[in-house]
Design a protein around this ligand. Structure first.
Ligand code: SF4
Length: 460
């Protein structure tokens, strides 16, 4: 780990998007309507080649029983579980609208059930949901089927049900093992329970277990976070996602309950990040980029080594890009050269479906320039390198003249040791890999003004 790293993080850890898409989702517009998505679905249906491409599904269950104070998600806090059944009826209507557009039994190779808290649903409701999805889509036997699990809402019996329902990947929200931190963010869960859930999940044959951590939370110190990392190393999940907490109480209401005086300083956050990078490297994890780590034999680490890593709304993936159908409140989809996002409130979402319309509240039809820049940004984010010729052949441009202005900034980054530029391409150095989002930002035409930058959280 370079000794100058803290200084470089201070310097290049500027505000920026995480590039699960380009353009980023803040660029979606209300002028994109359900009819525009219907056209994209019709093009998929009518394109013989596209018909062969499998689908990804991202299903959003927006309910949580209790509020985590760091939360920035779209969710509804409720203990009234009867909402689950009503919500499933609306999800079914949404699935029916999709299958009416492109036919039933399209092949699905990836499903992600996220939230909110998917395990807010009872076992029976989860079974109904999976039956309903299987009636509309054909799930490939070798697919990746993942579910986000709140450790407080599952036990071994529930994990057994999830495995029976076909889930083969688990994502556990841990955030921090320290009881004082857990109390400060109103998410108390014992480390004993998490260790026992992971052991059960392994025994049940879940192929991949992922753990989410957050640094920068109230009551955290570099030393306390070291202890959490030590426990995570012992837990040894296949994947770890390490997020920076960004305190934006004016934007995210739950964060107003966090006591600002309890937050670590900027220097302490930098220290937590650098110590995390060292600790996880020492524990044998491969840094995929953007705070995502995997064990060397995990499919993502293998894909990274083989230059097959992809990035989309569901994060890093070893699977090639495919159309993504987002189902549920605020879910995001990607069909052809379009992005779309469902209504963000339950009332609006149900209202669209009551009127027989896809519940799309905003979206974007990507321009040719968007597609060129997306290819460049994703190559940098996923492969850490870019060959000019491949972009030139795919999009019929001359790379050097198309991106003449961008090269001025890239040369400064080259002087800082973050990238190498030669006559055939650009390579992100190992050091630059820690700031890869900053390198990608150079090609982001939408991100010109500082004002826009301020809306995003810190890269690292
Ligand atoms: S962090 Fe997750 S579990 Fe907590 S309130 Fe937000 S969506 Fe719900």
């Amino acid at each position: 780990m370079p000794s100058l790293l803290p200084e470089l993080i201070r310097r290049f850890g500027v505000s920026g998007p995480r590039y699960t898409s380009y353009p980023t989702t803040d660029r979606l517009v209300e002028a994109f309507t359900p009819d525009h998505l219907a056209q994209a679905l019709a093009q998929r249906r009518d394109g013989a080649a596209a018909m062969m491409q499998p689908l990804s599904l991202d299903v959003h269950i927006p309910f949580c029983e209790s509020l985590c104070y760091f939360c920035s998600c779209d969710k509804t806090i409720t203990r009234q579980h009867e909402h689950g059944e009503t919500y499933l009826r609306y999800l079914k209507r949404e699935v029916d609208l999709y299958t009416a557009h492109f036919g039933v039994r399209q092949t699905v190779t990836r499903l992600h059930l996220g939230g909110g808290t998917p395990t807010f649903l009872s076992d029976r409701e989860l079974r109904d949901l999976m039956n309903m999805l299987r009636a509309g889509f054909a799930f490939a036997p070798s697919g990746e089927y993942s579910i986000e699990v709140d450790p407080r809402s599952v036990d071994e019996t529930r994990l057994t049900t999830l495995r029976e329902l076909g889930f083969n990947r688990l994502s556990l929200g841990v955030q921090d093992f320290d009881p004082a931190v857990q109390k400060a963010v109103h998410r108390v869960q014992s480390s004993g329970k998490i260790f026992s859930l992971v052991a059960s999940a392994r025994a049940l044959g879940f192929e991949s277990i992922s753990v989410d951590l957050i640094y920068g939370l109230p009551q955290q110190t570099p030393e306390s976070f070291d202890r959490t990392l030590e426990q995570v190393s012992q837990l040894r999940p296949d994947r770890i996602a390490l997020y920076a907490y960004t305190h934006l109480p004016e934007r995210f209401k739950p964060q107003r309950r966090i006591i600002a005086a309890e937050l670590p300083t900027a220097d302490a956050k930098v220290s937590m990040l650098t110590r995390s990078l060292s600790a996880l490297e020492h524990a044998g994890y491969v840094h995929l980029g953007m705070g995502h780590f995997a064990l060397p034999d995990d499919s993502l680490a293998v894909a990274k080594r083989q230059g097959r890593l992809h990035r989309g709304f569901q994060g890093y993936s070893a699977h090639p890009d495919c159309d993504l159908i987002g189902l549920g409140v605020s879910a995001i989809g990607r069909v052809g050269a379009t992005y779309s996002q469902n209504a963000k409130t339950l009332d609006e979402y149900c209202n669209y479906l009551d009127h027989g319309r896809l519940p799309v509240a905003r979206g974007l039809a990507l321009s040719r320039d968007d597609l060129v820049r997306r290819a460049v940004i994703m190559a940098l984010m996923c492969q850490g390198q870019l060959q000019f010729e491949s972009v030139e052949l795919s999009y019929l441009i001359d790379f050097n003249s198309y991106f003449a202005a961008e090269f001025n900034t890239l040369r400064i980054m080259q002087e800082q040791g973050l990238v190498e530029i030669n006559s055939t391409g650009i390579e992100v150095t190992p050091l630059g890999g820690l700031f890869v989002c900053g390198v990608a930002m150079v090609f982001d035409r939408c991100l010109q003004a500082d004002q826009a930058r301020a809306r995003f959280s810190r890269i690292l």
